[in-house]
Design a protein around this ligand. Structure first.
Ligand code: NAP
Length: 264
């Protein structure tokens, strides 16, 4: 039996993750954490999945939420990470950091903590995106410098960070090819596109779960590789897979590619 605590449990992804755990008889919800001002603190966590009593109270204390857990899934926002990471460190519990929009300070804190506990940083938990990264590396190499590369992402209107963590990680993968030197910001209206740049465009609207398209534009043809998430619970499943994988690992900093064993 794997015991998982979920941080950010009152949010969209937190609730889906709790629900998803209940589909796995071999996994137990061991802690349900939200932030101090949340009105659901002290209520039974069953309220979050519209179901039976879970006999587990929603808490705002990372110490209480993590104490019976073997792995922590953090689906809060970057603002929550510091407290959650510090408690995970003091209890020596593995942490799956699922939030996006982490700053370089957050990244440094995760790296430092990974000298003591296993940490998996997963700004996108879908297998499809991991595969897409491989596809775009192949396409970029095969098509060569005469093709301009643009990344277009669209998410729901409430998403706070832009470009998405996934779009940035797709750009990073492309930038492993040294001919690209930086992401290209939105154009000044009358400038031509500078060479060796990766353009990243952002759309926000409605309830779009997560669309990423990589466009290779040449003089005479254009290739577009697209990944579209149809159901947000895909990420919850990914978080559970990641937790299962992380449990029992040595301290260190891992990514979703390690979990999925996507090879070239
Ligand atoms: N890795 C992936 O594949 C993936 C997929 C989807 C989303 N995400 C990311 O996951 C994060 C959560 O997404 P969401 O859609 O579930 O967001 P959400 O609905 O806004 O939920 C955020 C959760 O974090 C809590 N929270 C906010 N500020 C906090 C703080 N300072 N300390 C502790 N907890 C805090 C919120 O509490 P309240 O309920 O009180 O506001 C809520 O429980 C985002 O960063 C999103 O971009 C990642």
């Amino acid at each position: 039996m794997l015991k998982i605590a979920v941080a950010g449990a009152t949010g969209r992804m937190g609730q889906l993750t709790l629900k998803e755990i209940t589909n796995h008889p071999e996994i137990e919800i061991a802690g349900v954490l939200t932030r101090p001002s949340n009105p659901l603190v002290g209520k039974d966590a069953g309220i979050l999945i519209g179901a039976q009593q879970l006999n587990l109270l929603i808490t705002d204390s990372p110490e209480i939420a993590f104490k019976d857990a073997q792995v922590i899934i953090d689906f809060s926002l970057p603002e929550g990470l510091e407290d959650h990471l510090s408690e995970a460190l003091s209890q020596e519990k593995p942490l799956v950091a699922c939030m996006t929009g982490l700053t370089s300070k957050h990244q440094a804190a995760l790296k430092e903590a990974s000298c003591h506990i296993p940490i998996l940083v997963a700004p996108n938990l879908s297998f499809g995106i991991a595969l897409l990264k491989k596809f775009i590396q192949v396409a970029s190499k095969a098509l060569g410098p005469s093709y301009d590369i643009s990344i277009l992402e669209m998410h729901h209107r409430q998403k706070a960070d832009a470009p998405s963590g996934t779009a940035l990680s797709l750009a990073e993968v492309l930038k492993e090819d040294k001919r690209f030197h930086e992401n290209h910001p939105p154009y000044p209206s009358k400038s031509p596109r500078p060479p060796h740049t990766i353009e990243c465009a952002v759309l926000r609207g409605g309830g779009v779960v997560g669309d990423h398209a990589i466009i290779f534009a040449g003089e005479k043809d254009m290739i577009t590789l697209t990944h579209r998430v149809l159901d947000r619970s895909l990420y919850a499943q990914g978080a559970i897979e990641a937790s299962r994988w992380l449990w029992g690992k040595a301290h260190g900093l891992y990514t979703i590619d390690d979990v999925l064993e996507v090879t070239s």
